[in-house]
Design a protein around this ligand. Structure first.
Ligand SMILES: [Zn+2]
Ligand SMILES: [Zn+2]
Length: 222
């Protein structure tokens, strides 16, 4: 199992996205997950903690989670990783326009490292495992680092992501949660893409008891 990371959670951008700086305690290398804006604030945090960013990772292609990609990429000269399905999907001009209209935000930049399910990204002593969890978008992913799961807009504290936006599907989302997330240890910490719940984080064990989508739609079926 991968070593445990240091995790910084910060809220960025107009859509109040949770941006995460996930770093190796030994080498001080890190990744930036979902820079939703406020590039200066993120860069300041890196300098303040003495961290070296190796990748920008997006849980999905929605503009509110990717808004500072380009500015950070320029400042740090590092690759942007996104699941290949969201890249192929959201960067088609017609889909891009539709999604930008839905979110009221222009999609920022591009991705140069296309991620696949089960892929492992090494950062210092950390292993970041990509879990493809489609449903909120076709290429939504969660990132598993030690016992920490960064869930983007797939799973919130006590809630799940919207599936009414372009490319969304509730049955697919529930299947992803069942097959990719609920198979992880109950003590896994869930770090969501927005603070929509009562607390900023939870555990998968708590979600299995309290999240109505899980209790009523996934576990009730079994
Ligand atoms: Zn989203
Ligand atoms: Zn979001």
């Amino acid at each position: 199992m991968s070593k445990q990371p240091n995790v910084e959670q910060m809220v960025t951008g107009a859509y109040q996205v949770n941006t995460y700086i996930v770093s190796c305690p030994e080498t001080k290398e890190c990744v930036i997950i979902d820079p939703g804006g406020d590039a200066e604030k993120i860069l300041h945090m890196l300098r303040d903690k003495g961290l070296q960013a190796l990748f920008i990772l997006n849980t999905h292609g929605h503009a509110d989670h990717t808004l500072a990609n380009m500015e950070l990429q320029k400042a740090l000269n590092i690759p942007v990783g996104m699941h290949k399905k969201d890249f192929l999907y959201f960067f088609q001009p017609d889909i891009q326009k539709k999604s930008e209209k839905e979110l009221g935000l222009a999609i920022s930049g591009t991705a140069d490292r296309l991620l696949q399910n089960s892929e492992i990204i090494k950062v210092g002593t950390l292993e970041i495992r990509v879990l493809h969890t489609p449903g909120h978008t076709p290429g939504s992913v969660c990132f598993l680092v030690g016992s920490n799961l960064f869930t983007g807009d797939t799973l919130f504290v006590g809630d799940v992501g919207r599936t009414d936006l372009t490319g969304g599907s509730l049955p697919t989302l529930l299947q992803s949660i069942k097959e990719k997330i609920l198979v992880l240890p109950v003590e896994t910490t869930a770090w969501p893409g927005h603070n929509y719940g009562e607390t900023p984080t939870s555990t998968l064990g708590w979600e299995m008891e309290e999240n109505p989508y899980i209790t009523d739609f996934i576990l009730a079926e079994e």
